[in-house]
Ligand binder design. Structure first.
Ligand SMILES: [Zn+2]
Length: 295
């Protein structure tokens, strides 16, 4: 099959607008897209504009065009130099922004920020110039007329705003672990900002870890839903603010099954929920032997 032969071969393309040359290595992901849609569509960021190309199963470029960097269609896989740039789907961000630049795995993830493709060159110039300065040390940086802070830890640069530096300092070693999953990091920081627990205590660290791993932790009804329903009044007497969440937990179809439901799923039922309250309530249900935490 011709599709198999073009993997790892390179495409060289010159921008008609700024004459920059991009050399791109065809990936398995491209082949998958070509198999499904006939062509692969990728874009290269060049400051204020991006060069978009479509290529087919022989590596032939079927079309090339220029768009504004802050207006790239969401189905285009975007690159800056050798970095993959994640711009969509955007997170529903409210209180603060977070952007990650994974220098080792070459990923720029802007989905939890208001930054767009046009900001990438500037951000990367800053990171390349000041990398030594921001190593485990927080520095202020202006991007697109807005204030951000930058710090590098374990080969990942985090750009953020509206989070106290004291919280970032405590959280950084805990959130920059093995796989840098932006949604877990965003959720963990959201928890850290909202929690009133002393950030230097083991309790805080344990809960932050739990939020970070919420997609892996599962919760299962141990004696069936009716047993939990029976405890409703006594539980809600302790946490009346969690009435909606409690009822949503009860109606989760997965909690009854052998696999249970993820902790993340429960947190996301009400994104404004106070995790400390949810945690205490789940602990109480567990103490009463009504639910079980899995893995
Ligand atoms: Zn260009």
């Amino acid at each position: 099959m011709p599709e198999k032969q073009i993997v790892h071969t390179t495409i060289t393309v010159k921008c008609p607008k700024c004459e920059r040359t991009n050399v791109y290595t065809i990936s398995e992901e491209d082949i998958k897209e070509i198999t499904e849609l006939g062509v692969a569509r990728i874009g290269f960021l060049h400051g204020d504009h991006a060069l978009i190309i479509n290529f087919d199963s022989t590596g032939f470029i079927r079309g090339a065009y220029i768009v504004a960097s802050d207006n790239i269609p969401s189905d285009i896989r975007v690159f800056y130099d050798t970095y993959r740039v994640l711009l969509s789907p955007r997170f529903l961000i409210k209180d603060f922004e977070v952007a990650l630049i994974d220098l080792e795995n070459k990923i720029i993830d802007l989905r939890a920020s208001k930054l767009s493709g046009k900001d990438v060159s500037l951000i990367m110039e800053y990171v390349n110039t000041y990398r030594n300065l921001i190593k485990d040390s927080i520095k202020r940086v202006g991007v697109s007329g807005r204030n951000y802070f930058a710090v590098e830890h374990s080969n990942v640069v985090i750009l953020y705003n509206n989070i106290p530096s004291s919280i970032i300092k405590v959280c950084l070693p805990l959130i920059m672990v093995e796989k840098h999953d932006l949604s877990s990091i965003y959720l963990a920081l959201k928890y850290a900002v909202s929690s009133s627990i002393d950030k230097d205590t083991p309790t805080f660290k344990e809960r932050l870890n739990m939020v970070m791993n919420a997609h892996r932790i599962r919760i299962k009804a141990k004696k069936g839903i009716n047993a939990i329903r029976f405890a409703r009044a006594s539980i809600l007497a302790l946490w009346p603010q969690l009435t909606n969440v409690f009822d949503m937990i009860m109606s989760d179809p997965n909690i009854k099954g052998p696999e249970g439901t993820t902790l993340l799923n429960l947190i996301m039922k009400d994104p404004s929920i106070c995790f400390d309250d949810l945690y205490e309530m789940l602990k109480e249900l567990s103490k009463r032997d009504l639910i079980e935490f899995l893995g």
